[in-house]
Ligand binder design. Structure first.
Ligand code: GAP
Length: 434
């Protein structure tokens, strides 16, 4: 983890939030490469979930909502973690994270101290804020603790503005905020993070809901494998009755074998009719679906897939990190890699060679590739520098290029080089990246 955290900082993937002011616990800023990687991951998710399917549409709802929405969804009352406090040093922990409790007890044991804990109390994770322009008359609002509510309150709007029929899904990505008791493990548990979710509405029938629950479990597992993650480091884990969120009838996590052990990647939840029926009750609006063929009216069940963008990105990075002799390589899927290709002139002091390489660089940029340029130091170091940031292909213009219009392409993973005609470069790269 230390190596990944330091690579992320050094090469511009992830920086600590507000670092020049000493940071703000649980917040992270994505740098030039990290923001591109994040965009690539989200674009792939959107393409896989929305663009390629006929039965899922997207929304982008507001982060700030009428506080009644949070009362209705049960978050004001039940979006809580059990908090305990160490009576020796007053640090606070989650009672349901025994490994973190034990690690803290061990720290005290080293000083011959035995920890006593306070009774667990429910700690609400919603982050409060205030809106309004008159001092003293501002109204309390909550930053969304999960992005789900903006989809649920728009259920009727989506139905009325599209021709979509049950079973169908509504997808959304965006920021969520939680006052986590113990943010940690780099971006794994943050106080500000992004989620990518689909609320998939089905007939309110146990068997139908179970069928779709299993469908989404498999679909999401397959997607992570498609991203290139080692399948041996992925598994399902069903939630026990006492750990399920207040809205869930059933829940399964996809877990990844992280450097600190198996931990949650994303969740698939059967939310039943919890959200829509509560919004119907609290808003007084009819949230029922009318079946266009049978005219039957019902509140559908919601099978949710909910993934953290930051957590997915962290696990993708951990999984891609490898050390191979002298070089450090991030073996990200080419679709995820921030730069798809780097272009080098073999030497920097030959103006006609540099000019030729610049032309290749410009041509590739125009073909919508994200292209890096490097003309410093020796070629071996330039390759290693690109390996570390995951650039899958390096194109070098050398003296032969000036004679016969050929370049070499070097593959990040195999380190093999092939010489090809410049005329076929774009086509070859497109095929390799796809
Ligand atoms: N709408 C359902 C929901 O929010 P969740 O299990 O609380 O369910 C879903 O969160 C996913 O969001 C998690 O599996 C994880 O990937 C991500 N996530 C949750 N809390 C997070 C945090 N504090 N930091 C980073 N990611 C988080």
């Amino acid at each position: 983890m230390q190596k990944i955290v330091s690579l992320c900082k050094r090469r511009g993937f992830v920086f600590p939030g507000s670092e020049i002011y000493g940071g703000l616990t649980g917040t992270w800023d994505y740098g030039p490469l990290g923001s591109q990687l994040k965009k690539n991951l989200k674009d792939w998710w959107w393409e896989d979930m929305v663009s390629k399917r006929d039965n899922i549409v997207g929304v982008d709802a507001a982060i700030m909502m009428n506080p009644k929405a949070w009362e209705a969804s049960g978050h004001l009352e039940a979006f809580c973690d059990p908090l305990v406090e160490c009576k020796l040093c007053h640090l606070r922990f989650r009672e349901d994270k025994p490994e973190e409790i034990k690690a803290h007890e061990k720290e005290h044991q080293k000083k011959d101290e035995i920890v006593e804990w306070t009774e667990a109390q429910k700690f609400n994770l919603l982050v409060k804020s205030y809106l309004g322009v008159v001092e003293g008359k501002q109204s309390e609002i909550f930053l969304r603790g999960e992005i789900t509510n903006g989809v649920q309150v728009n259920f009727k709007n989506v139905l009325d503005s599209t021709r979509i029929k049950i079973p169908f899904g509504v997808a959304q990505m965006g920021k969520a905020f939680r006052n986590e008791i113990t943010p940690g493990n780099f971006t794994f548990r943050s106080r500000e993070f992004e989620q990518m979710e689909v609320q998939f509405y089905v007939k309110p029938d146990g068997e139908e809901a179970q069928k779709w629950f299993e469908y989404w479990k498999k679909d999401r597992m397959d997607w992570y494998i498609k991203l290139g993650i080692n399948p041996e480091k992925l598994r399902f884990r069903d939630h026990a009755d006492n750990e399920r969120a207040h809205y869930a009838k059933a829940a399964t996590d996809i877990e990844y074998y992280a450097p600190w052990g198996w931990d949650e990647f994303m969740g698939i939840h059967n939310r039943g009719d919890w959200d829509l029926s509560r919004h119907m009750k609290f808003s007084g609006q009819d949230m029922r679906y009318r079946d266009p063929e049978t005219n039957e009216e019902y509140i559908p069940y919601d099978i949710e897939t909910s993934a953290g963008v930051d957590r997915s990105l962290l696990f993708v990075l951990i999984d891609a990190y490898s050390e191979d002799g002298e070089r450090t390589v991030l073996k990200l899927h080419p679709r995820l890699a921030p730069y798809k290709v780097a272009v080098f002139p073999l030497v920097a002091n030959k103006p006609d060679l540099v000019e030729k390489a610049r032309k290749v660089y410009q041509q590739l940029k125009e073909e919508l590739f994200f292209v890096a340029w490097d003309d410093r130091g020796n070629i071996g170091k330039r390759y290693y520098s690109q390996d570390e940031i995951s650039t899958p292909f390096c194109v070098t213009c050398d003296f032969q290029t000036l004679e016969d219009d050929t370049v070499t392409i070097r593959d990040r993973d195999t380190m093999r080089q092939e010489r090809i005609k410049l005329a076929g470069l774009v086509k070859t790269l497109k095929e390799k990246i796809a």
